[in-house]
Design a protein around this ligand. Structure first.
Ligand code: MN
Length: 333
């Protein structure tokens, strides 16, 4: 896949952890993503929120788009809709999304680029595959992560960070068997480009068959691994973890994961995963559809504000209507 790649032998290495005196984080749960339609009707796999895992403070939602091979005319996205109270992080591996928002920012997200949108007090945006991609069809694969904002930052003006493929920080496992892309936050002293209100670490790692990846991880952060493709094991006491599954880790100081020696799909020789964790915000969460606030009253206010055309940056001429799909999405509740 055209995520950013490199010869791991040329990269800085994550320090080797000593097996005997590390407090490894245990695996406390495995969540299988459920499938769900979003936007104009494209399917995502969503490990959370769901019945097993309501949220993963400070994260609110993780969507895995594809990998899917679209026929010509088939690719879909999410036309104009609002958000308030959190940040969306869109990471595209294959295919592309074209982003436009009510602050005038926009751009093409493709080939390992990340787009970081802080909705804050309010924004409208459109996330659509570009017309030439729709016409041609092709492989489409990406993720969208929602990161909550603390109450003190929910009313900040919206901001936008475009993170190009070359901006991502690349490191390798201590033996060179795994490539790790740091999209945001810090890993073993190396910093990624994404800047967040709430401290998080967000990685995309590619492990060769049979290779092991150990990661020092801040004790105050939660920790999760989600599988984009392939098969492996999570934990120092290994638990199988395959495509579309999320491992939730308990307390400790490091994460231990390993790719299976033999992958079931013959063309699959890698295990591709997201590793994510952050400092829990620990505040009440009221969420409905595209809004995530602290109280029910603030959710009601959000619907009223967007119906009446606030925030002020949105002029009546270009103010799109709330799509019923978004305003009524009950599973995001
Ligand atoms: Mn959106």
């Amino acid at each position: 896949m055209p995520a950013v790649t490199a010869d791991t032998l040329t990269l800085p290495r994550i320090r080797k952890l000593n097996d005997s005196d590390v407090r490894w984080r245990p695996v406390t749960g495995i969540v299988t993503a459920h499938r769900q339609l979003e936007g104009e009707g494209f399917e995502v796999r969503r490990p959370f929120p769901n019945a097993q895992l309501a949220m993963a403070d400070p994260f609110l939602l993780l969507d895995h788009l594809g990998a899917v091979e679209y026929a010509p005319g088939e690719a879909k996205g999410a036309p104009w809709h609002p958000h308030r109270g959190f940040e969306t992080v869109t990471y595209m591996i294959d295919g592309a999304f074209e982003h436009e928002d009510s602050t005038g920012h926009g751009g093409l997200i493709t080939d390992g680029a990340t787009q970081w949108m802080t909705a804050g007090a309010g924004i409208l945006h459109s996330e659509l595959p570009p017309q030439d991609f729709v016409a041609r069809g092709g492989l489409f694969h990406g993720t969208q992560l929602w990161v909550n904002l603390p109450a003190a930052a929910k009313w900040n003006p919206p901001t936008y960070q475009g993170i190009g493929p070359d901006d991502v920080t690349l490191v390798s496992s201590d033996d060179g068997g795994a490539l790790v892309r740091i999209i945001a936050g810090e890993l073993d002293g190396q910093k990624g480009p994404g800047s967040t209100y709430t401290p998080i670490t967000y990685l995309h790692a590619t492990l060769s068959r049979g290779s092991r990846l150990t990661l020092p991880w801040p004790e105050a952060f939660n920790a999760m691994v989600y599988v984009l493709s392939g098969e492996g094991y999570a934990g120092h006491d290994p638990v199988p973890l395959n495509e579309g599954q999320l491992a939730v880790f308990g307390p400790g100081e490091a994460i231990d994961i390993r790719a299976r020696d033999v992958q079931a799909a013959p063309q699959q020789d890698k295990w591709d995963i997201l590793v994510l964790g952050g400092l829990p915000i620990g505040e009440p969460v009221a969420r409905y559809g595209p809004f995530v606030m602290n109280t029910r009253e603030e959710i009601v206010q959000a619907f009223e504000d967007f119906r009446s055309g606030k925030p002020a940056t949105i002029t009546p001429r270009d103010r799109p209507h709330l799509s019923t799909a978004d305003s009524a999405a009950p599973t995001r509740d």
